[in-house]
Design a protein around this ligand. Structure first.
Ligand code: HEC
Length: 119
């Protein structure tokens, strides 16, 4: 590989990384027209809840949130939306002791329920 090409690739890689860092990253996002568990809800739960709500759950979490049925049941029978909608630092806010989810992610999960839990 030529030196020029290597420099170019390095620069391109640097640009990619700095763009990612400069974006307002997690705070804003689109709410998809059709929300599905696999494409939209699962990634939110995976990165924010599974640390404790794994199977079996740890750190005192009462139930796993590891698949479609478990998350759906938690929305229907445990106040999942209520818990993630509480204000930062409020008692019982999820993720427990962590940072409140950005509003659009909460809205995605609410829409998932409103659209009758597409898988
Ligand atoms: C750091 C560990 C931890 C993380 C991360 C976490 N939880 Fe929890 N969760 C707990 C603990 C501990 C409890 C039990 C105490 C309580 O009810 O507040 C709990 C309780 C809950 C409950 C109430 C269950 C019931 O039947 O009362 C819901 C719903 C819930 N979590 C959802 C979530 C969701 C959704 C996320 C991700 C956005 C999340 N949790 C992230 C630890 C965690």
């Amino acid at each position: 590989m030529s030196l020029k090409l290597m420099l170019l690739l390095t620069f391109a890689g640097f640009l990619t990384i700095s763009c990612e860092n400069n974006s307002p990253n997690d705070l804003e996002g689109d709410i998809p027209a059709n929300v599905t568990y696999t494409e939209h809800v699962r990634p939110i739960i995976q990165s924010n809840c599974i640390a404790c709500h794994q199977d079996p759950p740890i750190n005192g979490a009462p139930m796993p949130l590891t698949d479609y049925e478990k998350v759906k049941q938690a929305v229907l029978t445990r106040p999942l939306l209520d818990r993630i909608s509480r204000t930062q630092g409020a008692e019982g806010m999820m993720p427990n002791g962590g940072q409140r989810l950005p509003q659009y992610k909460i809205d995605i999960i609410a829409k998932w329920q409103a659209q009758n839990f597409q898988n």
